[in-house]
Design a protein around this ligand. Sequence first.
Ligand code: SAH
Length: 194
Amino acid sequence: DLLAEVVSPGDLAIDLTAGRGQDTLALWRMVGEQGQVIAFDVQQDALMQTLQRLSAGGATVRLVDQASQPLTDQPGVDLIHCCHSRYADIVINTPTAIIANLGYLPGGNQQMITRSETTLAALDQALAGLAVGGRIAVVVYPGHDGGGEEAMCVERFFSALDSSNYDVLQVQLPNRIQAPGLLVAEKRTEIRRR
Ligand code: SAH
């Protein structure tokens, strides 16, 4: 819902972790037939589940294996079989919404988790590319092995964002420390990088 508030039909939206495709589908519904969604995943199995879900939902889906060049601007959904830390090689346009639902593929291999180093690399590039007025939402899962460390890194990343450039929101259940947490940032102004 927090992403839907800032997305208009025809926009570009990014899913950094396609998984079973629920978020990819939600984003595609927000951008509509004229919009574009680019979704990353390192597991072919996840991309196949996402492909099925999106095709059943009526989307035009393109599978892109190990993309080596930036994607063109085209309505529909592009499923990218590569690590989200290659974001800037592939996404050159400015999305209004970006989501990352971290952890492991539900029902899949629980060893194939997102890891803080590549997660932070992806978030850094994704934030740089986000449209002014756009939002990025990250769901962290402190409950599994390695998830606590990753959640802490992501929280630090959001805490360090300059408040003159970003509004940041965190949703947490203080009496259930293992429960998933949500971090959202909205870009207020264009940031010049040195
Ligand atoms: N949003 C999904 C759930 C995501 S689960 C849904 O709605 O169903 C997390 C996904 O991240 C898994 O499918 C896993 O394969 C993927 N993943 C793990 N490391 C990754 C990386 N470095 N780059 C891209 N995807 C990654």
